[in-house]
Design a protein around this ligand. Structure first.
Ligand code: DO4
Ligand code: MG
Length: 299
């Protein structure tokens, strides 16, 4: 079972459950976390609670593709893990100019260290949902999407759902100096999540999500790559435990788990590209790409 948010015909946000046969049931809650709170209060699992609510109810007479989908949760903060896959370590080592002749880079070290790399990726005002544009920074010439599994957690660190995240990244800015990480990772619309949250109790093995990224330019497929969460070096609970340690974390925080998909090194995103990230159990997160460089109009 998945949870979505969409805008109804009166432009009001609605939270809804999507059952395994793709039927959509609007729910009487304003927020994903309300489902978790109310199910707990009723002594039921979220799925059993929703099933009680929707039994005998009419489903929406619409297909998912007809809905104006929103971020599935207005996450106060999105955090991200880095260099959790071998592929990411290779890509970071390729782009960094901070090379060591005689030993490990900071990326080799963090890949092998007990403490993972965890960084603040986004806040609700910088995070967009399905079909909203992700932006390109005006001061970078090497920008890529990072397709990642996102964990939706409570403030105690319980994983209550899984979503898809795009950790938009500037390889040249981070490659110039690892201390530029916040600028390489955070700007307007540099993070997207969605299109749904898959309730964790409905996932048999979260270390077997197949993630596929497709990038289209002028409607032509220019990049298509896949990876699987079984390649992850860390455990989800391990990443969460470092995030919540001595930290104030909000209910509904999203923690991205790192990328194992990196487009070819000569690839950079362009204005009007379209990025699709698919995890079959969750859906397809699709975002157009818009440049923040002002176009000069020549008369
Ligand atoms: O070290 C920089 C961040 C790497 C990252 O975002 C990832 O591995 O997904
Ligand atoms: Mg990343």
């Amino acid at each position: 079972m998945r949870i979505i948010r969409y805008l109804n015909d009166y432009s009001n946000p609605v939270v809804a459950a999507v059952t395994d046969d793709n039927k959509i049931y609007p729910l009487p809650m304003n927020d994903f976390m309300d489902i978790i709170y109310e199910a707990k209060h009723a002594g039921l699992t979220p799925v059993n609670y929703i099933n009680e609510l929707i039994t005998g109810k009419e489903s929406l007479q619409k297909d998912l593709s007809e809905l104006n989908l929103l971020v599935p949760i207005v996450a106060p903060e999105v955090w991200a893990s880095g260099v959790t896959y071998e592929k990411s370590r290779e890509a970071r080592n390729y782009e960094t100019t901070d090379k060591k002749n005689d030993g490990e880079t900071c990326y080799d070290k963090v890949y092998n260290a007990e403490r993972p790399e965890i960084f603040l990726k986004s806040t609700s005002t910088r995070t967009v949902g399905p079909n909203e544009p992700v932006y390109l920074r005006s001061d970078s010439n090497w920008q890529i999407p990072e397709p990642e599994l996102g964990l939706v957690i409570t403030k105690e660190g319980q994983i209550v759902g899984y979503t898809i995240g795009n950790d938009m990244s500037c390889r040249d800015i981070e490659g110039e100096n690892p201390l530029y990480l916040p600028q390489a990772k955070i700007w307007k619309n540099s993070c997207s999540i969605g299109p749904a949250i898959r309730l964790s109790e409905t996932v048999a093995n979260p270390y077997n999500f197949q993630i596929t990224c497709r990038i289209y330019r002028n409607d032509q497929l220019v990049v298509e790559e896949s990876a699987n969460t079984r390649q992850l070096k860390r455990k989800y609970d391990e990443l969460v435990s470092f995030l919540i340690r001595d930290n104030k974390v909000f209910d509904g925080t999203v923690l991205l788990t790192g990328t194992s998909i990196v487009p070819p090194n000569n690839f950079t995103l362009q204005d009007e590209d379209r990025i699709e990230i698919e995890i079959p159990e969750i859906g397809v997160l699709s975002n157009p790409v818009k440049s923040l460089v002002q176009k000069t109009v020549v008369n």
